[in-house]
Design a protein around this ligand. Structure first.
Ligand SMILES: Cc1cc2nc3c(=O)[nH]c(=O)nc-3n(C[C@H](O)[C@H](O)[C@H](O)COP(=O)(O)OP(=O)(O)OC[C@H]3O[C@@H](n4cnc5c(N)ncnc54)[C@H](O)[C@@H]3O)c2cc1C
Length: 475
């Protein structure tokens, strides 16, 4: 093994090897949750914890970036749950601006490089946690790196975007991609007084919904003054004489832009893990067991956006990069590393977002997911309201439900509406987790009073119709 210019810091510091050492790669949701939980369970006399983070921030909420950029959250530091100093005060040796470039599984050590100085050293581990997150997809097209083109993955990205917004001469923004991040960023830019165009490869925004439900999001966005361009592939970013972005080009049109935001998805960040030969799944994420241990490796765990998860409805591995999972993974890993026992059984695919006052929610399978694995199903779509129809402020809500043909097992729910649409999907998430049928859902004892729902909650109305359709289909 090449050790050029790289010493082992435990050997170099002459530190006693008596306590176990946990090394964590990645200083955000999954990594620092794991480190913090392990520390809760085992004191510094028993377990040394060293964490590496190549960026400037630890334990920050990328989920909050759209709301910070849009002005709902007034300052960056409100998105930081725990600073490096706070972690260090809890006996976690968090080394910022330090990237792990190599994992030597056979020797049980990682090679770290200080980003600013380039200095390298090896650190040995008894237990290793890989929590390297995701890397945003960047299209290989001319102009993609031009000033004025921004991602929104990190707080540095958010700061750079806010800086562009403060200096921009015009007020035209193009968002590339209409997934939930693109949709949330469209709202942020509207809030900043921009004219927003969203260019999307698919026909409808929010490809995590079926197209008929995505259409409702499309119509609502158009109603907010957002120009939606579907079935369009961005081919290049055009720049002006000053080198800054001036427009985005697709196959057949140009959209003027003073700022461009890219929201076209992420891939698992697995560079050193891949090079070390750790097992990867079909989506490029690390494969773990239910305890979040990397398959086949007794002393290596992985969690968050760098892993694949079991979809409990599909029964297959999927890539679902969400903060809600990353935090749970971290908790499970920290418990196991700390000598306890915890598992992460999998996900049912629940996700919520919003654009202005339109809430968008989904859980379980879309029609195409169910078809792909050979499931036959009944579909119902119902219109209802968020409150009793006579109660002031009631607003429309659309619920789509999929239930398996013959058995009636709930397969998926999508909800688009205004207040209360997003968190209503949690009813369906619980029902999916419990393996309930649409018929069983109809008897759920949900709360009712006119300010909160009609006497039959929209989810129950959908369940009743789905159950009836399953019964009719069985005749
Ligand atoms: C704009 C936006 C909005 C979002 N909104 C939501 C939401 O509403 N709900 C939701 O559930 N999720 C949301 N997410 C997703 C959520 O932020 C991620 O799922 C979550 O941050 C994943 O946590 P993680 O710890 O796995 O990875 P990350 O947060 O990506 O952290 C990984 C860390 O590892 C570091 N790292 C990587 N490689 C190395 C290395 N070799 N050496 C040292 N350090 C390394 C990185 O610098 C990074 O800080 C959003 C994401 C974005 C970008």
């Amino acid at each position: 093994m090449d050790m050029s210019g790289a010493r082992d810091d435990r050997a170099a510091r002459g530190a006693p090897a008596a306590r176990e050492r946990l090394v964590v790669i990645g200083g955000d949701a999954a990594g620092m949750s794991a480190a913090s939980q392990a520390r809760r369970l085992r004191g510094p006399g028993e377990l040394e914890i060293v964490a590496f983070e190549r960026g400037h921030f630890s334990s920050f909420s990328a989920c909050g970036i759209p709301y910070w950029v849009g002005g709902d959250v007034d300052e960056r530091d409100r998105l930081i749950a725990r600073t490096p100093e706070e972690h260090r005060a809890r006996d976690i040796d968090l080394r910022m601006r330090t990237e792990v470039t190599e994992i030597d599984v056979a020797a049980g050590r990682v090679r770290a490089r200080q980003v600013d100085s380039g200095a390298e050293y090896w650190t040995s581990y008894d237990k290793l946690v890989i929590a390297t997150g995701a890397r945003p997809i960047r299209p290989a097209m001319p102009g993609a790196d031009a000033p004025g083109v921004h991602g929104v993955q990190t707080l540095d990205d958010g700061e750079a975007l806010l800086d562009t917004l403060a200096r921009a001469r015009g007020r035209r923004a193009v968002v590339v991609g209409a997934g939930y991040i693109g949709v949330e960023m469209a709202e942020a830019l509207i809030n900043r007084g921009y004219e927003v165009t969203v260019v999307n490869r698919g026909t409808e925004p929010m490809s995590t919904l079926d197209p008929d439900m995505g259409r409702l999001v499309h119509e609502a966005m158009a109603g907010l003054g957002i120009t939606m361009v579907g079935e369009a592939e961005v081919t290049k970013v055009l720049t002006g004489e000053d080198g800054r972005v001036r427009a985005v080009a697709t196959q057949d049109a140009e959209y003027p832009a003073d700022v461009v935001v890219l929201g076209i998805g992420v891939r698992p960040e697995t560079g050193p893990a891949r090079a070390a030969g750790l097992p990867l799944g079909p989506h490029g994420g690390l494969l773990t067991d239910l305890a979040m241990r990397v398959r086949g490796h007794e002393n290596i765990w992985a969690g968050g956006d760098c892993v694949e998860v079991l979809d409990l409805v599909l029964g297959q591995e999927r890539y679902v990069p969400l903060g809600t999972h990353a935090n749970k993974h971290g908790q499970v890993i920290g418990t196991n590393v700390g000598g306890g026992y915890a598992t992460f059984p999998g996900v049912v695919g629940t996700a919520v977002s919003k654009v202005c006052d339109l809430e968008i929610a989904r859980t379980g399978l879309r029609e195409k997911d169910a078809r792909r694995v050979g499931l036959q199903f009944e579909t119902v779509t119902i219109e209802s309201t968020s409150r009793a129809g006579y109660y002031p402020g009631a607003s429309p809500m659309t619920v789509k439900m999929l239930a398996e043909r013959r058995t009636g097992r709930l397969l998926g729910v999508q909800i688009v509406g205004r207040e209360g649409a997003a968190k209503r999907v949690d009813i369906a998430a619980v029902a999916l987790t419990a393996g309930m049928t649409a018929e069983q859902m109809t008897a759920l004892d949900l709360g009712y009073a006119p300010p909160f729902s009609p006497v039959w909650d929209p989810v129950l109305v959908a369940a009743r119709k789905a159950a009836a359709k399953v019964r009719d289909g069985a005749r």
